[in-house]
Ligand binder design. Structure first.
Ligand SMILES: [Ca+2]
Length: 317
């Protein structure tokens, strides 16, 4: 049952709806060390689409030089982030912030779209699941009241019937007054659907990482190597013993409204940092845009180990 609940990640959120523009990746010789980002010299197209920033593209060092265990602590890197390798991306437009609840609501009102978390799972999708478990819902952060091993995220994620983007923590919760918060409980197909409706697309992982780095290279965070320069909170993070105690010193126990923290070097409001997946953990949900999406770019992306970002975040806590 537990394994089914956990495998039923269909509702687990893609908080990162990054929709954007053009591509064209080309692999360059791998290197185990970071080298400076070399931005493209092409001029910025105009006019700028509303709410979007131009990511110049160029050549950069992608990945992480260290491996980690996927804990909440920084710095960390997922084990598939290495080795560091040079990748080139074309310039593209990207949403400056995560897609908000009010933006997503416009999409739903216009299309009648029903998200994955709102759909009842079928026996065909989950043939081994007990019938009583085939209920619509999603995964919600539910911290234990005692310390637990950090290699078992099932200790703090629970499948909750009726949890979806309108009710992020379950039926008793809602998003009233949270119009400017990133939409959560959104699955990858939901993000794709939103992107299509908006005339955009999801970014590849390479594009996402290029944008997240903000022109810097090999830095721990998108703003540099110091976690709190001048004592300033630069992103929404967890303070305290995870997942038991959240001291909330940065003012946010769960997700924060967009634009709550400084943007990075490209003007994008990206929270954390460094490695692809962890960049999302602090609730970085972005949307970029796009004018074109070449099929070949996906192939190139795959070759460069830069599969389209299927970033999950969640933080419906
Ligand atoms: Ca926080």
């Amino acid at each position: 049952m537990l394994s089914w609940v956990l495998s039923n990640i269909r509702g687990l959120v893609v908080a990162c709806l990054c929709i954007y523009a053009a591509i064209a990746h080309a692999e360059t010789p791998a290197s185990s060390t970071f080298a400076p980002t070399i931005p493209n010299k092409t001029s910025v197209p105009s006019p700028a689409p509303e709410g979007m920033v131009w990511i110049p593209g160029g050549e950069f060092s992608m990945g992480a030089a260290i491996s980690g265990q996927g804990s909440h602590e920084m710095p960390m890197a997922s084990n598939d982030s290495g080795p560091v390798h040079r990748v080139r991306v074309d310039g593209f437009w990207m949403d400056a912030t995560a897609v908000t609840n009010e933006q997503f609501e416009k999409f739903v009102k216009a299309t009648g779209y029903i998200t994955i978390a709102e759909r009842t799972p079928t026996k065909e999708e989950f043939p081994t699941a007990p019938a009583e478990n085939l209920v619509a819902g999603s995964v919600v952060f539910a911290p234990p009241n005692h310390e637990v091993a950090l290699n078992d995220h099932y200790q703090w994620w629970s499948y909750v019937k009726g949890a979806n983007w309108r009710h992020p923590q379950g039926p008793q919760s809602d998003i009233k007054g949270k119009e400017k918060y990133p939409v959560v409980q959104i699955a990858y197909p939901d993000a794709e659907a939103y992107a299509r409706w908006a005339g955009k697309r999801l970014p590849t992982e390479a594009e996402f990482e290029f944008a997240a780095r903000g022109g810097l290279s090999g830095k721990t965070y998108v703003w540099g190597d110091e976690f709190r320069p001048g004592g300033k909170w630069m992103a929404n993070t967890w303070q305290g013993k995870f997942p038991v105690k959240n001291a909330v010193e940065d003012g946010y126990a769960g997700i924060a409204p967009v634009k709550s923290f400084p943007p990075n070097g490209y003007g994008r409001l990206i929270p954390l940092s460094l490695t692809r997946k962890s960049a999302c953990i602090a609730a970085a949900h972005f949307f970029a845009t796009s004018s074109t999406a070449h099929a070949t770019s996906w192939a190139h992306a795959a070759r460069a180990k830069s599969t389209p970002a299927r970033i999950i975040s969640g933080f419906a806590a």
